[in-house]
Design a protein around this ligand. Structure first.
Ligand code: NAP
Ligand code: HSE
Length: 430
């Protein structure tokens, strides 16, 4: 019987999940992949830290060289996160003939090309299902099952932490920090949760999804990013009253050799399937010219869901090793599509502003919008305090540049007290 020696780089939330799955299903591996899986080494920063899982003596190390130079180790699973030293360790492991499994979207969204070309050079594989959508299969469907299609759109909720925070704020009235702390305790958040709340984690995932879906290299820097820090309980309450909820969306689309890639909070109608994706759940729509609309749903973060994807990738690699096939991880970005500037993107908008409650104020604002071709779908005055009124405006589909130019002028009107928030609206349709 084959024995495959595996090393883990990282024994945090996901790393410990991988150990649990490997230990719990020990008697299944031979049946599932015709090999005994031996976890030979585990790299950590702090060898003295107390862990949820116990490993035989001598397995845990803080010396990465010991792992990458060990000729018996065939697969290295990187679960440390961040760019360096993960990039160096992966490249060195590849050069020493190891196959790689990783959940590291930070690295793939910025250095995917370098890593894939190294895989090709050394004829080794990299699998990265857990890098997007935690436990939801998304990468494999895009790389294989949906390959018959020209993918037109990829849109979804791809960050568990922010979805958890928005759900708790809107459904349980929790404040932002309280909900973030819960997401951290549950193991959803990144080591530095700024990456989650600022939208960067979602942007990295969108870069990976868009690269695979549209066959063109999309990097983190190509994605327009806005996080959820400006979303207030008042925005969520207004959205609810108007029949919407607010979600952090990643949106990618391809048309006429140009692609749109953006991450930002958006109002979506309560009837939209994404409106009911709550807590740490993620969901992604993928629309292809042959298959039509598909939707993938599940746990987008957390220990065991993420480890489920990692171990699935490990089994795929072991099957390749068993059948003596390798070098599957070639770059699929054979096109060079342009990124549409954000100013050219067309969508609907929800605008909340405070203005003087006087005759003619609304007409002045409407006239600025009119001059910029911004057509209004609805305008509601929501109460007033002293002589300040709160206006809530929803626009028809307009170009981002036109609404931003209008707001620059509206902001300077003597009757405008504050532009409180501008949030895009998806799924209105006109
Ligand atoms: P984590 O809990 O912070 O664990 C990181 C582990 O890596 C720790 O064991 C740490 O060692 C080790 N480590 C970090 N830097 C190291 C270094 N320089 N040398 C040696 N060891 C080092 O992270 P995680 O949540 O498990 O996430 C791991 C990866 O999975 C990240 O790429 C993350 O984005 C991705 N991911 C996470 C989730 C999730 O739900 N958490 C979901 C999908 C993808 P010590 O324990 O000694 O400090
Ligand atoms: N921090 C990430 C999230 C982990 O909250 O979605 C999963 O990639």
């Amino acid at each position: 019987m084959n024995k495959v020696n595996v090393a883990l780089l990282g024994l945090g939330t996901v790393g410990q999940g991988v150990v649990k799955i490997l230990q719990n299903n020990k008697d299944q591996w031979v049946k599932r992949c015709n090999a005994e899986i031996k976890l030979k080494k585990v790299l950590v920063k702090n060898t003295q830290k107390k862990r949820e899982t116990s490993l035989p003596p001598g397995v845990i190390t803080s010396d990465w060289q010991e792992i990458v130079t060990d000729p018996e180790i065939q697969v290295v699973i990187e679960l440390m996160g961040g760019i360096e030293p993960a990039r160096t360790y992966i490249l060195e492991a590849l050069k020493h003939g190891k196959h790689i499994v990783t959940a590291n979207k930070d690295l793939l969204a910025e250095h995917g090309e370098e890593i894939l070309s190294t895989c090709k050079e050394v004829e080794r594989d990299i699998y990265f299902e857990a890098s997007v959508g935690g436990g939801i299969p998304l990468i494999n469907p895009l790389k294989q099952s949906l390959l018959a299609n020209n993918i037109e759109k990829v849109m979804g909720i791809v960050n568990g932490t922010t979805n958890y925070i928005l759900t708790k704020m809107s459904q349980e009235g929790k404040n932002f920090l309280e909900a973030l702390q819960e997401a951290q305790t549950l193991g959803y958040a990144e080591a530095d949760p700024t990456a989650d709340v600022a939208g960067l984690d979602a942007a990295r995932k969108l870069a990976i999804l868009a690269s695979l879906a549209f066959h063109t290299r999309v990097k983190l820097q190509d994605v327009y990013v806005e996080g959820i820090t400006k979303i207030s309980p008042e925005d969520l309450a207004y959205a609810q009253k108007l029949g919407y909820t607010i979600k952090l969306l990643g949106i990618g689309s391809s048309q006429d050799n140009q692609i749109e890639v953006r991450v930002h909070p958006a109002l979506i109608p309560l009837s939209h399937p994404l409106a009911n994706v709550n807590d740490s759940f993620n969901a992604v729509f993928i629309q292809g010219d042959a298959v039509g609309e598909t939707m993938f749903y599940g746990r987008g973060a957390g220990q065991l869901p993420t480890a489920s994807s990692v171990v699935g990738d490990l089994i795929a690699i072991i099957k390749n090793i068993n059948s003596n096939t390798k070098g599957h991880s070639v770059c699929t970005c054979y096109e060079r599509k342009k990124i549409k500037p954000m100013g050219e993107v067309k969508t609907n908008y929800f605008l909340r502003l405070h203005v003087l409650d006087r005759p003619g104020v609304l007409a002045g604002i409407a006239s600025v919008f009119g001059d910029h071709g911004v057509s209004l779908a609805s305008v509601v005055q929501k109460g007033c305090f002293q002589d300040i009124a709160e206006l809530v405006v929803i626009t028809h589909q307009v170009k981002e540049k036109d609404i931003q130019d209008s707001l620059q002028i509206i902001k300077k009107l003597s009757t405008t007290k504050e532009i409180v928030n501008l949030i895009r609206v998806e799924g209105m349709g006109c």
